[in-house]
Ligand binder design. Structure first.
Ligand SMILES: [Zn+2]
Length: 228
């Protein structure tokens, strides 16, 4: 594994990526994804917080079975539905150890999303990438062809670094790592803040002003000036 340095080969060795259903939920333009294996019908839900009934209805309508909850980070607008999803499905919760306390519970199956950890969804697979900066344990989930970025990278933006655990220098490194993924990699962000619900890394490299900064100092000035 390449670890924190990141390379275009971060997805190397993974089975095909789960299929993606992107859903916008709640009052803060949050995105949830349902990721599933079309062969075994096993599914993961990313960051369940809002409208859990609607998410589970979609799962049921498609004949899927939720085995996994993937947590990108533990701000309330990304985790408030974790308990309900686990209660209704018995899913295991995948989260970075630095933030696990916020979503752990007695008897709950927890999986540490340490860097490079492969997570199986049926016969499909993803890999955890540690991407701190918005929070201490912020994690992206990389599949072959796409990456789920939580509040690290948005279409046209990036996450704030002024909350507890935020760090602009770490965010810069995490974003640099994402920009080294293959350019056609599709980004599934944690909020619908951009002109489009998803975009490619290539698109973001051209148009996202946080990624266009030439130096960390430039990035920090931009990030710490703008509070949204
Ligand atoms: Zn957040």
């Amino acid at each position: 594994m390449s670890g924190a340095s990141g390379t275009p080969d971060d997805a190397a060795g993974l089975p095909p990526a789960p299929e993606v259903i992107q859903m916008e939920v709640g009052l803060l333009q949050n995105f949830c994804e349902i990721l599933y294996c079309p062969q075994t019908h096993e599914a993961a839900i990313v960051d369940p917080a809002w409208e859990v009934d609607r998410l589970l209805n979609e799962v049921g309508r498609r004949g899927l079975k939720v085995t996994t909850v993937l947590v990108t980070h533990t701000h309330n607008d990304h985790i408030e539905g974790v308990d309900l999803v686990v209660e209704k499905t018995g899913a295991a919760v995948v989260v970075n150890p630095r933030e696990a306390a916020a979503v752990s519970a007695p008897g709950r199956k927890m999986i540490d999303a340490v860097d490079g950890r492969e997570i199986s969804i049926g016969k499909r697979g993803l890999r955890a990438l540690e991407t701190p900066g918005h929070t201490v344990g912020g994690t992206c989930y990389l599949g072959d062809g796409y990456v789920v970025t939580g509040d690290v990278l948005f279409v046209g933006g990036c996450g704030r670094t002024d909350f507890t655990g935020g760090d602009s220098a770490q965010m810069w490194k995490s974003l640099q790592r994402l920009t080294r993924l293959p350019e056609q990699t599709r980004v599934y962000p944690g909020h619908d803040y951009g002109d489009t619900p998803t975009a490619t890394i290539a698109h973001e490299l051209r148009s996202n002003r946080f990624l266009r900064c030439a130096t960390f100092e430039e990035f920090r000035a931009l990030r710490e000036r703008k509070r949204s």
